[in-house]
Write a protein that binds this ligand. Structure first.
Ligand SMILES: [Zn+2]
Length: 349
């Protein structure tokens, strides 16, 4: 049963004027847009000249295609936003950086566990020396919980992780690799649904490798890539998202933003609560392929707007072919992707 839309606040025919006004308020004028795109194009071309890996060359080609189409739209005086474009984000840099911190904490834990096996008493003494209250808590458990809490910040669930072996660190790295693979699959699903992807994780200005351009240039460019896309997908596996600015841009400019996370991961309250975002969780990324592709295809028949629905309040709504009756996107997701609604209550105590 679809939600009942009680009022409409922004219709598709009002959207372009609203979009242009929002750009104007932020000082994003066409000459600035073209300057950023020109700069980005030259950076990507330079990287392409130095790249030998076929897979990376293909990724750079995708970025060039995205830039070129956006440039043509601006030069032709057309609305910059393309319904076929999807900004597809994964904050892998944030995740990998925090992994280092977790590894450090684990290394400390291991050394203590080795002491622990040598003798509980000496281990307890060592912890007392660090200010632990060993009377009221099991020190090993307390240490493990601290490490787990740190791990959860980067989206790790640990499952029933066995801390007795060094394979624990290897398991975390494996989990991060699996998240990366999940994101690649989700990107593939969006392409199957007919979307042209811009994936900033594949962009040539990853600061952990090589910073090309100033942070200001990167902000301008990534924001522009969001603006040029009617669709926005974000694989959110870390509580500190690393893509919050992009998410908010997608909401402010009334895109169709879908955020996907894996069951068991905590998504921050602000991200969970953003009414303009459809937040979904999955257990097995392979099993969502067909329904998710079908859902993106279904949403592609709509043009975004805003309104109020009886179930979700102020909500992201869509109009079929830009003209039909308004449909709540949260309701549509519930209908086409049953069981994928994010359950924030699972994390409340
Ligand atoms: Zn609704």
């Amino acid at each position: 049963m679809r939600c009942n839309i009680t009022s409409v606040h922004l219709r598709p025919e009002e959207r372009e004027a609203h979009f242009r006004e929002s750009l104007q308020k932020k000082g994003i004028v066409d000459s600035e847009i073209l300057r950023s795109l020109g700069l980005y194009e030259s950076v990507v071309l330079q990287c392409k000249g130095e790249e030998t890996d076929d897979k990376k060359l293909a990724q750079l080609e995708e970025i060039l295609e995205f830039i070129s189409r956006t440039k043509s739209r601006v030069a032709a005086g057309t609305y910059i936003e393309d319904p076929e474009n999807c900004y597809c984000a994964l904050p892998l840099t944030a995740v990998k950086d925090k992994l280092k911190a977790v590894k450090g904490a684990l290394a400390g834990l291991y050394s203590k566990l080795i002491d622990h096996t040598a003798g509980v008493e000496s281990f307890q003494q060592a912890l007392i020396g660090q200010g632990y209250d060993v009377e009221s808590e099991d020190p090993v458990k307390a240490e493990l919980e601290k490490v787990k809490a740190l791990g959860r910040l980067i989206g790790l669930t640990f499952g029933n992780g066995n801390i007795d072996t060094l394979s624990f660190v290897a398991n975390i790295e494996k989990e991060i690799e699996e998240l990366w693979e999940d994101h690649q699959k989700i990107k593939g699903y969006l392409q199957d649904a007919g979307k042209r992807i811009y994936n900033p994780a594949e962009a040539p200005f990853n600061p952990t490798k090589k910073l090309v351009g100033t942070p200001q240039d990167i902000y301008d460019i990534d924001r522009l890539m969001v603006l040029a896309s009617m669709f926005f997908e974000f694989s959110n596996y870390a509580a500190t998202t690393g893509a919050g600015m992009e998410e908010q841009t997608a909401v402010d400019f009334n895109k169709f933003p879908f955020v996907l996370t894996k069951k068991g991961r905590y998504v921050t309250r602000m991200s969970t609560g953003a009414r303009g975002i459809v937040l979904l969780e999955y257990d097995d990324v392979d099993s969502i392929k067909e329904p998710f592709v079908e859902f993106v295809r279904a949403v592609s028949r709509f043009r975004p707007g805003t309104g109020t629905c009886s179930e979700h309040g102020n909500s992201l709504i869509g109009f079929e072919n830009g003209r039909g009756s308004p449909v709540c996107m949260h309701g549509l997701a519930k209908e086409l992707l049953p069981g994928m609604e994010y359950d924030f209550a699972a994390y409340t105590k």
